[in-house]
Design a protein around this ligand. Structure first.
Ligand SMILES: NC(=O)c1ccc[n+]([C@@H]2O[C@H](COP(=O)([O-])OP(=O)(O)OC[C@H]3O[C@@H](n4cnc5c(N)ncnc54)[C@H](O)[C@@H]3O)[C@@H](O)[C@H]2O)c1
Length: 247
């Protein structure tokens, strides 16, 4: 087999059991990386079984700092190093206009999406720096920059991810850690399929390419950012949205 772009690299992916996270795991693995697949759903177990010994599943709740540290430790303990961290886990929360949004919904969405990415960077960066460098790819969203009615906490959390990505990128550029994010448009995953049909149709109408993105298309952008092909890219957001935010 030809060596991939990420041969000998060790990666950790959160929200790895489903959708975009699962596709990122598969793409990293295809390029030769060894991968720790973290999720709370249990679905990461089946994925890891399918991919074989170069993929290890971990149960980790990204809102919990101890879980995050354990997840990162599994990578260094199992594979001897850490090069790539994809902070991808996320939830959409209840779909409700701002004045009807419960405090609990706000806190939950911010905890998983914003705090989860914060903790992933907070605990990964020292390991990456100590290892001589590395790269982080966060999953933001087109909702980082444009509004989605009834999704205020989601949009707030994704805006937070974009700015945490830029801030940390600037802080750790000199230490050899590149930090970027992908901004997926409407993508064919469980997160979107459980939304009301009308909402999905509305989003499709605003997508110039007239279709949903596939998880593999988001994963290709993540692999690009994680690889040496992106060696001078840090603090960037790559939009993968079929033209949604260009309109
Ligand atoms: N699908 C889209 O249209 C779209 C668009 C833009 C951004 N995104 C983002 O992409 C990322 C992945 O979403 P997806 O569409 O693949 O959805 P998904 O629901 O298919 O996958 C999300 C995964 O995250 C896991 N997860 C949820 N809470 C967690 C927690 N506390 N700790 C660890 N894992 C947790 C879930 O179990 C699930 O496996 C999310 O950050 C989402 O906001 C999705």
């Amino acid at each position: 087999m030809m060596a991939g772009k990420l041969a000998d690299k060790v990666a950790v992916v959160t929200g790895a059991g489903s959708g975009i996270g699962a596709a990122i795991v598969e793409a990293l693995h295809r390029e030769g990386a060894k991968v720790v697949a973290a999720d709370i759903s249990g679905q990461q177990e089946e994925l890891a079984k399918r991919l074989g010994s170069d993929c290890v599943p971990v149960h980790a709740d990204v809102t919990n700092g101890t879980d995050i540290q354990t997840m990162l430790h599994v990578a260094t303990a199992t594979f001897g190093r850490l090069d790539i961290v994809c902070n991808n886990a996320g939830i959409d929360g209840e779909l409700v206009p701002t004045a009807g949004c419960s405090e609990e919904n706000y806190d939950r969405v911010m905890a998983v999406n914003a705090r989860g990415v914060f903790l992933g960077m907070r605990y990964a960066i020292p390991i990456l720096v100590a290892g001589g460098g590395g790269t982080i790819v966060n999953t933001a969203s087109i909702a980082s920059t444009v509004a989605f009615p009834s999704m205020a906490p989601y949009c707030a959390s994704k805006g937070a991810i974009l700015m945490m990505t830029k801030t940390a990128a600037v802080e750790y550029a000199a230490a050899g850690v590149r930090i970027n994010c992908i901004c997926p448009g409407v993508t064919d995953t469980a997160l979107v399929r459980q939304m009301p049909e009308k909402l999905i149709a509305g989003a499709m109408a605003l997508t110039p390419m007239g279709r949903m993105g596939q998880p593999a298309e988001m994963a290709d952008a993540a692999v690009f950012l994680a690889s040496d092909d992106a060696s001078f890219i840090t603090g960037a957001a790559i939009t993968v949205d079929g033209g949604y935010t260009a309109l």
